[in-house]
Write a protein that binds this ligand. Structure first.
Ligand SMILES: Cc1ncc(COP(=O)(O)O)c(C=O)c1O
Length: 357
């Protein structure tokens, strides 16, 4: 008789699945989703558009029209090719697989996006995390020293970073790119709609850079679509490890339709940027709370006790993310997704319960 214990890798046996809490009945402010849905008339037209999709056919593996439209609408450089992923999670996974030569390494600032490390481990790459400074700015000297020491295959720079919200200094970014001349630097712009700055226009300028984005934070987390722009020589290699039909027909058709209505999603992002500023002001005014500057649709906040804050908000039906145990630098930190004005007001009212009387 065979059991999973006989077959599965020991490190996988020891893992737990990626935790996603049940948000039923809660105000969901834990995962940086856009809280707005599509306007009803647009949703109806999208429905009609999707009704015409051939569900009996496999999707186009490299949908030329959609790729061209993404390039045009998202203003990707002409000299770049584009690779699509089932979320940028899948792009990260493809890069890990394609780079997993024996002994290959990945370097990234920590605390950072957890999938860089998880995906590296899945593909047997060694992950080296380089701590940010206590104020969550990039320690470029330490990162460059780690790059020199480890000669990693991949260096991730989330611009801005999750869960800290930091938008790294552009001079530091340029120094890291230069120092990593023997690595591929992946600039992850998942939160670009809220950042106001981008390295995308320079994606083809360097021979060691790709720029990755997602539509998830823009309001389309459910369709799972990430895209990566870079020189054709890189994109061509990662495309080889892409599951052939990774972007399903409904996702392709939805993206194709909504790329003609980006103004709607852009307006929602603009609203959330304004909400972010207001939420930051209100939370910073509460006693005992430190709000870190954020260029994403979320705020990292240090509270007196992150576990108590999480539970207190939960009793007020607000689900946030307690990141306090993710990394020593994040002790007693929680991450608050920016929601609608009403959701944010509810969250602030709940946070007030934490204030000492
Ligand atoms: C920095 C960063 N990159 C990538 C992702 C993954 O995005 P996607 O939904 O496209 O898989 C996230 C999701 O939270 C993120 O924070």
């Amino acid at each position: 008789m065979t059991t999973p214990q006989d077959i599965i890798r020991p490190d996988v046996l020891a893992m737990t699945s990626y935790p996603v809490p049940d948000a039923t009945g809660l105000i969901k402010l834990d995962a940086m989703e856009n809280p707005y849905s599509l306007p009803a008339d647009l949703a109806e037209r999208l429905g009609a558009h999707l009704a015409g999709v051939a569900l009996n056919r496999y999707p186009a593996p490299r949908p030329a029209d959609l790729l061209a439209k993404i390039k045009r609408k998202m203003q990707l450089p002409d000299a770049c090719d584009v690779l699509l992923g089932n979320g940028s999670d899948e792009l990260i996974s493809m890069m890990s697989v394609a780079c997993s030569k024996p002994g290959a390494k990945v370097v990234a600032p920590v605390p950072g996006f957890v999938m860089y490390e998880m995906s590296a481990k899945f593909a047997h790459l060694e992950f080296i995390g380089v701590p940010l400074r206590p104020d969550f700015t990039l320690d470029a000297d330490a990162l460059i020293a780690a790059i020199d020491e480890h000669a990693p295959a991949l260096v991730y720079l989330a611009y801005p970073n999750n869960p800290t919200g930091t938008l790294y200094d552009d001079t530091d970014m340029a120094r890291v790119i230069e120092a990593a001349s023997k690595s591929l630097v992946v600039i992850d712009e998942a939160y670009q709609p809220f950042a106001g700055r981008s390295w995308m226009p320079r994606a083809a300028e360097f021979d060691n850079v790709v720029v990755m984005r997602t539509v998830s934070k823009l309001g389309l987390a459910g369709i799972r679509l990430g895209y990566m722009a870079g020189r054709p020589s890189w994109i061509m290699q990662f495309d080889k490890v892409r599951p052939p039909y990774n972007i399903n027909v409904l996702t392709q058709a939805t993206a194709d339709f909504l790329l003609d209505h980006l103004d709607v999603l852009d307006a929602q992002a603009a609203d959330l940027r304004a909400q972010r500023a207001q939420l930051a002001r209100e939370v910073a005014a509460l006693p005992g709370m430190t709000v870190f500057p954020s260029a994403g649709n979320f705020l990292l906040v240090r509270v007196p006790d992150a576990a108590v804050a999480f539970e207190t908000l939960l009793t007020s039906r607000v689900l946030i993310k307690n990141v306090g145990k993710m990394h020593p630098l994040l002790t007693n930190c929680v991450r608050l997704t920016v929601g609608t004005a009403e959701e944010n007001a509810h969250m602030v009212a709940a946070l007030k319960k934490l204030a000492p009387n």
